[in-house]
Design a protein around this ligand. Structure first.
Ligand code: HEC
Ligand code: HEC
Length: 213
């Protein structure tokens, strides 16, 4: 049994402290959720995407890029760019047209949380591509600095993984950055680099990237 003198006020102070702490915690969880979206809601919404990108975002069809494990900020940027038409692609402009801001955050959270798998790494790469990828050259920063030595990307920095992307997709992306027809997101980071690349270098880089497993 407790006396009314000390324990009660003390408990009162304690629980006030705990409540305060909890409300800070909940507040920050909520702020975080609003920023990054809900994996559960994203899983639900991803049913519309599974036919092309695979159930977990690992595509078996070279016509559709794998999107599993990409940084959520990268995914959200791309979906916004498709929605507002700054990244042009007839299929994806249609797919993204009716997504709300929250849908985009949820889908980005879901796919970012999936493990990225590479179905069929290419067997023959390109020495020219490998050297350029790792060391760059004047005017072209080493790809590895941002995308990782084996194409794993950089989650905290929001740099996309390149492993699992097919050579034709990489060629298309680099050509689109070079011509600045691919804009939106952080494409401006890729523009000056891509502007320096010859067709042959683009082919060589794509061949090297396709070997990442
Ligand atoms: C009918 C097939 C199809 C469906 C359905 C589809 N996509 Fe795509 N998606 C594509 C194609 C094709 C591309 C490559 C477009 C390009 O080259 O810009 C793509 C590209 C993407 C990219 C960019 C990948 C990258 O590496 O930059 C994201 C993100 C994406 N889709 C998300 C989604 C989401 C989320 C959904 C569901 C709401 C969805 N897609 C539904 C075919 C599809
Ligand atoms: C300074 C960091 C940086 C360097 C260096 C860099 N990239 Fe990127 N790369 C990015 C960022 C950021 C994006 C996402 C841009 C966007 O939002 O469209 C990107 C996107 C890409 C994409 C599109 C990925 C996708 O899923 O559609 C490809 C392909 C690519 N880079 C290849 C390369 C190659 C090849 C090199 C070397 C010649 C290179 N990058 C060097 C930062 C970098």
């Amino acid at each position: 049994m407790m006396t009314a003198n000390h324990p009660l006020p003390r408990r009162g102070r304690l629980s006030a402290g705990i409540l305060l702490g909890l409300s800070f915690l909940l507040g920050s969880i909520q702020a975080h959720a609003q920023e990054t979206g809900s994996v559960t809601a994203g899983r639900e919404a991803s049913q519309a995407c599974a036919a092309c990108h695979g159930a977990q975002g690992n595509s078996n069809n070279p016509a559709f890029p794998s999107i599993a494990g990409q940084p959520s900020s990268y995914l959200a940027n791309q979906l916004r760019a498709y929605r507002d038409g700054t990244r042009e692609n007839a299929i994806m402009n249609g797919q993204a047209a009716n997504l709300s801001d929250q849908d985009i955050l949820d889908l980005a959270a879901f796919y970012a949380a999936q493990e990225r798998k590479v179905a069929r790494p290419a067997e023959t790469g390109s020495d020219e591509g490998r050297v350029l990828y790792h060391h760059g050259r004047e005017g072209v920063a080493a790809c590895a600095a941002c995308h990782g030595a084996e194409g794993h990307g950089n989650q905290p920095a929001g740099f996309p993984a390149l492993r699992g992307l097919t050579a034709p997709y990489v060629v298309q992306s680099l050509q689109d950055y070079r011509s600045e027809s691919r804009v939106g997101g952080r494409a401006a980071l890729m523009h000056p680099l891509a502007a320096e690349l010859s067709d042959q270098e683009i082919e060589a880089l794509a061949a090297h990237i396709a070997t990442f497993d």
